[in-house]
Design a protein around this ligand. Structure first.
Ligand code: CA
Length: 228
């Protein structure tokens, strides 16, 4: 049974989450504030952490930062009441894997949890298929409908980061940090330009992408579609 830590100060919300998740086969524990959240989160007993952002004393962002600083690598999903995009960006950059905005449906939350738990932390396979493309990591080659596609080094690195983080929203800053050399000055615009040129190579219709989606105000998400 996967174990989930719920860091939430509102008893009603915590109770509702506990009930629903228990009924769907998860084992749960509740931490009522940020300090407890860090303490219990560090225990190594959990497979995933649901973390409310608005907590008394230490807020969810701080908890997230602290857990990552202590090398706790389990997936963290932020529960945010705020719709400000800057907050979501901040959460992702502090090391959260996903966020969901309150009020959310329990069904959607379970789907997110499932997706996070499914993602293996283990090594990447050598060959990944998506849409009508095949990406071969061992040869750094992309082919589409059996025809080799020419990628620039930046496009290849970008695609690799997307594939390795499939299903996850990446901010432009995260892309800049993982694709470009440190100290290079890269604007969001430059990221968008490279994403667009990559889209033209992997999507049938780059304006209506099936794999490489823009997430408004935040960044991009890559979905691995196995069926073309
Ligand atoms: Ca709260």
């Amino acid at each position: 049974m996967p174990r989930i830590l719920i860091v939430e100060d509102e008893p009603d919300v915590a109770f509702g989450l506990t009930e629903d998740l228990t009924r769907h086969g998860y084992e749960t524990e509740v931490a009522g504030d940020g300090e407890q959240g860090v303490q219990q989160g560090c225990s190594g007993r959990f497979d995933l952490i649901l973390l409310d952002v608005m907590l008394p004393r230490i807020d969810g962002f701080e908890v997230c930062r602290e857990l990552r600083r202590r090398r706790i690598n389990v997936p963290i999903i932020l529960l945010t009441a705020k719709t400000h995009e800057s907050e979501k960006v901040l959460g992702l950059e502090l090391g959260a894997d996903d966020y969901i905005t309150k009020p959310f449906s329990l069904r959607e939350l379970r789907a997110r949890i499932k997706a996070r738990l499914r993602q293996p932390a283990a090594e990447q396979p050598n060959v990944v298929r998506f849409g009508d493309c095949v990406l071969d990591f061992s040869r750094a080659e992309l082919s589409r409908n059996q025809k080799p596609m020419e990628l620039t080094p930046t496009e290849y690195r970008l695609l690799k980061v997307f594939v390795e983080n499939q299903g996850r929203v990446l901010t432009r800053q995260q892309l800049i940090d993982s694709v470009w050399d440190r100290g290079t000055f890269i604007t969001d615009r430059v990221v968008d330009t490279h994403v667009w040129s990559l889209r033209k190579k992997i999507e049938d219709n780059p304006s209506e992408p099936r794999c490489l989606h823009a997430v408004r105000g935040i960044g991009y998400r890559f979905d691995l579609l196995t069926q073309p």
